[in-house]
Design a protein around this ligand. Structure first.
Ligand SMILES: C[S@@+](CC[C@H](N)C(=O)[O-])C[C@H]1O[C@@H](n2cnc3c(N)ncnc32)[C@H](O)[C@@H]1O
Length: 269
């Protein structure tokens, strides 16, 4: 069923009270989706991430990948170009449609599925070698029950030795020390500013300001790193390695983003 999308963002009269999992549908409206690629800047982002995801997947001999937070298609396209078999899912129809167009303009056809993580396996069939949930997407889930449910759905969609790669902002440092950004990873567009308007233990409200004067917002749940790792262990992942800005070693407060590589398999090393 196609959900009718509003064209402008709507946070109502009290935006700081909007702390709801479902609200992502009202945030990724057509006008913001059209601007998303200006925010992330595909070329700069590809350069800053390098081969991290491709190498991580190839090192584990993974080939069938499910991108559950396709957005405008950046990682799906990178992975297709690198030779992986990719299915591209997202809960937001505007995003998926933009992703399809972005891929087509690069002579690629995306295999898209409109699916919310909370009931992923209703719409996504088959088992995958790996799932990627990237671009600080999991932060959209405001209730712990939704986080647990979504992770359980990811876990179930993976083969017995599957891998989940899931990332997040370094909210610990934002909550404990205040916001700073190297502006090198993820949101790479140099004309766009992403900055927090309000942060507390259950809301990080970011503003995205574009050179044409337009402004958009995202209301997100500030996931702490160890809490996120705990959820991954709880759902059954056996081994979780957390990188900071794609590096193995880092000082906790330094990275802007954490990337968790969570494996179902036991390892003997
Ligand atoms: C911050 S964007 C990231 C997009 C892309 N991965 C990137 O890095 O540019 C978050 C994406 O997650 C999707 N999303 C958020 N909550 C979701 C949910 N419950 N189920 C499915 N998709 C969801 C949004 O529609 C959006 O496309």
């Amino acid at each position: 069923m196609q959900i009718l999308q509003p064209k402008t963002q709507d946070f109502g009269d009290e935006p700081l009270k909007v702390r709801d999992t479902e609200h992502y549908q009202k945030e990724y409206v057509q006008t913001f989706v059209e601007k998303w690629d200006e925010l992330i800047d595909w070329d700069a982002r590809a350069e800053s991430e390098g081969q991290f995801f491709v190498d991580t997947l190839k090192a584990r001999e993974k080939s069938k990948i499910l991108d559950v937070a396709t957005g405008t298609g950046f990682h799906s396209v990178q992975l297709l170009k690198a030779g992986f078999e990719v299915t591209s899912a997202d809960g937001n129809a505007e995003m998926l449609s933009k992703a399809f167009d972005n891929a087509r303009s690069r002579n690629l056809i995306l295999n898209t599925v409109h699916a919310d993580w909370r009931w992923l396996n209703k719409d996504v069939h088959g088992k995958y070698d790996a799932i990627v949930c990237l671009g600080n997407s999991f932060t959209h889930l405001f209730y712990e029950r939704d986080r647990r449910r979504a992770l359980a759905e990811f876990y179930a969609a993976l083969k017995y030795d599957g891998v989940l790669i899931i990332d997040q902002r370094n909210y610990d440092s934002i909550l404990d020390e205040g916001f700073s950004s190297k502006h090198t990873y993820y949101y790479c567009g140099d004309q766009v500013t992403a900055s927090p308007e309000h942060v507390d233990e259950s809301l990080a409200r970011f503003q995205y300001a574009f050179p044409d004067g337009s402004k958009f917002h995202l209301n997100m749940f500030p996931l702490r790193k160890d809490y996120m790792r705990g959820l991954l262990f709880d759902v059954g992942f056996q081994r979780i390695k957390t990188y900071g800005d794609f590096q193995e070693t880092y000082q906790e407060s330094n990275p802007d983003f954490f990337i968790h590589v969570a494996e179902k398999n036991y390892h003997d090393d």
